[in-house]
Design a protein around this ligand. Structure first.
Ligand code: SAH
Length: 457
């Protein structure tokens, strides 16, 4: 029999919070029925208003806090815009790390049924602010002026933001300056509703180790009005700029970058270093956004791969070859696979740039390319995967199980799909030895993990 919900829409109730969801909302149980309320923390008591009721759960809004968690931090209202995109802004950094570590433990037990795995304490940052080396900021108009910032949660309303506390200050300055230049030159913003207008996003990327800046202007139209003037002003006002790129996205879509890019000025790429390895990064390629923590993550990848110089390694989902080239220094041979063609061009260029001759790269879907390699009789001693949020394709996992590399290193940005995939690999003959969460995205709900599996004899 279907139970009716113990709460009604618009009702005001008192609640005690006992848990947090993976997206950072507090959870209170009313007669066992969960109510999710953003901006509340475990251990807190509050007055809430019920705003939406479903058969199994409801959503509420915080009205008044009666008892506060020791992990709560208060942000002055006038500072609020600086925290855009930081869903955990109301939790101290210590509390955030605890939350992420608990989430990994719970998800690995619940979804992965992995009870005897060593899950190490999460590796956090000493200064968990201004860490991001890339911003992609939507542009709109308000009262005839250009605005750029972040979307108000659950809306498509842009909040104009001059400074973000998670972005590198070079990035903040670049976005702000490009917005000012376009505003002065009268470039109209793109309008989602009517699919008219020009300027959709401003993107900036920064090589922290080299001091090189890339600016990408994303428009609906294939022509960029006043392009020479825009370029001239960017060069004048942003002395760190090495690359100015125009990207065209004429589709009605939430995807930020379109397929066509034109270099307006300077180089097609900027450079950066991770450890001793130098990387060329182009506008459309994936590159880790937190360079300090990337070093921590890749050092773990190297440790978990346990290379002696004799191994052949496959790096699936290799992007611009970052992990591949890190591992190539200690392996006999590395093969990288990646779906974005520009990323593979970057990867090849990066191998050359570093004089690395034992790494090869192929464009394609990991779940097609690696099975094809295996059919041709190729195997690997160590296999690294670093898939997007949806995790590995089953065809790839099945090939790993048949190919039997001695070690698998799984880098994941989503604990839920990591847990699902570890279960499949465990059932296929692997043992998960350890899992190391690394905080790559302080102030946000994103959780990164790296894990080591070995083939059972
Ligand atoms: N290992 C890299 C990139 C990880 S991000 C690094 O650390 O920098 C995941 C990458 O997987 C992205 O570059 C994305 O383009 C790529 N990708 C997504 N789906 C893929 C698929 N089916 N096959 C191969 N690569 C894919």
């Amino acid at each position: 029999m279907k139970k009716t919900a113990p709460v009604a829409k618009n009702e005001t109730i008192d609640a005690v919070f006992e848990d947090l969801t993976h997206d950072g909302a507090g959870v209170a149980k009313i007669d066992g029925y969960p109510v999710f309320v953003p901006n509340t923390l475990p251990g807190e008591k509050a007055k809430i208003k019920i705003i939406k009721v479903n058969s199994g759960y409801a959503f509420g809004r915080l009205l008044e806090l009666y008892e506060e968690s020791p992990f709560r931090v208060h942000i002055p209202v006038e500072e609020n815009h600086k925290y855009g995109g930081s869903q955990l802004q109301h939790i101290s950094y210590e509390g955030q790390l605890k939350f992420k570590e608990n989430q990994v433990k719970q998800v690995l037990a619940r979804i992965g049924k992995l009870d005897d795995v060593a899950i190490h304490p999460i590796l956090g940052m000493e200064h968990p602010w201004h860490y991001r080396n890339k911003a992609q900021v939507p542009v709109g108009e308000k009262d005839g002026e250009l605005i750029a910032g972040f979307y108000k949660p659950r809306t498509h309303e842009i909040v104009d933001t001059n400074e973000s506390l998670i972005q590198d200050s070079v990035i903040n300055e670049a976005v702000q300056t490009v917005k000012e230049i376009c505003s002065e030159l009268g470039i109209p913003a793109y309008d989602e509703q009517t699919h008219r207008g020009v300027l959709r996003h401003i993107m900036a990327r920064y090589g922290k180790e080299t001091g090189e800046l890339m600016v990408v202007i994303i428009t609906r139209t294939s022509e960029l009005l006043q392009r020479n003037k825009i370029v001239e002003e960017i060069i004048k006002r942003l002395p760190k700029v090495k690359s100015i790129v125009h990207n065209i996205n004429s589709k009605k879509t939430n995807v930020i970058l379109g397929e066509k890019t034109k270099v307006l000025w300077g180089s097609e790429v900027i450079y950066d270093y991770i450890g001793d390895v130098k990387f060329a990064i182009s506008a459309r390629s994936f590159y880790q956004v937190n360079p300090d923590q990337t070093k921590v993550l890749y050092s773990k990848a190297l440790e978990y791969a346990g290379l002696t110089g004799e191994e052949s390694v496959i790096d699936a989902y290799c992007g611009i070859g970052t992990i591949s080239l890190f591992l190539a220094q200690k392996a006999k041979k590395v093969f990288g696979v990646e779906i974005v063609p520009e990323a593979i061009s970057d990867a090849k260029r990066n191998a050359e740039l570093n004089g690395i001759t034992n790494a090869e790269f192929a464009v394609g879907e990991a779940e097609k390319v690696i099975p094809a390699w295996y059919e041709e009789g190729n195997t690997a001693d160590v296999l690294v995967v670093d898939p997007p949020r949806k995790g590995c394709d089953e065809a790839l996992l099945n090939t790993i199980i048949q190919m039997k590399p001695k070690k698998v290193v799984y880098v994941s940005c989503n604990p839920a799909t990591l847990a699902r995939d570890l279960r499949i690999l465990e059932d296929g003959g692997y043992k998960t030895i350890e899992v190391q969460p690394v905080d790559m995205f302080p102030q946000t709900t994103h959780v990164e993990c790296i894990s080591q599996l070995i083939l059972k004899m």
